[in-house]
Design a protein around this ligand. Sequence first.
Ligand code: HPA
Length: 235
Amino acid sequence: MSVHISAKPGEIEKIVLLAGDPLRAKYIADNFLEKPRLVSSTRNIYFFTGTYKGKALTVGASGMGCPSIGIYSYELYSEYEADCIIRIGTCGAYTQKLKLFDLINTDVAVSESTYAECAFGYTKDSFKHRGDAYDIINATATELKLELKNGPIHSGDVFYRAGKGKPAIVKKYKCLAAEMEAFALFANARYLKKDAATLLTVSDIIPTHEKISADEREKALLPMMNLVLESVVKM
Ligand code: HPA
């Protein structure tokens, strides 16, 4: 057991998918995994371990924001020996060149967050994905004939903010979209020499305020779930 996860040693697999929302993790376990077992529910942050097409994996939740995913991913890597964590989440597009439901495989996560500096003394404002997962996801998307974008993502520390216009860091890196977690995940992976990727579905377009409706959300995320699970089979 770690401080925030109550799974026993050996109950978390080497490959872990992290959704933001515990109920999304449960949805994946209920609908896609063979023989899913609930291995942790501390704070209602669920982790399920099972198999997909025979490949063992764990699906769990990260909560929202860098502090939360920072805790869960650190414990998964360091206490449970997870080798590769793939975040699957939603994002808001900064550009109208992206459409609702588009899929993005994150090259690099950038942030004004102090997470990496506070945690590890890293003064960088950008961290890359690590390991083979990113390339495997790209190759799997091609095989499945799914259109997938690649690019830099802004992991913001705030969802609501005063003022209009893009944050300076978004302009500096020409970020495609905003989410709130990849930066801490990639910083942890770098520090602990582990693998990490972040696959996102565009759920809103920031300049036009278009959004996927609550009803559409479940169906909207199916291509991303299919892509990530088919990618995991190859890892
Ligand atoms: N900002 C930050 N995180 C998000 C967004 C957004 O617009 N949409 C989905 N996750």
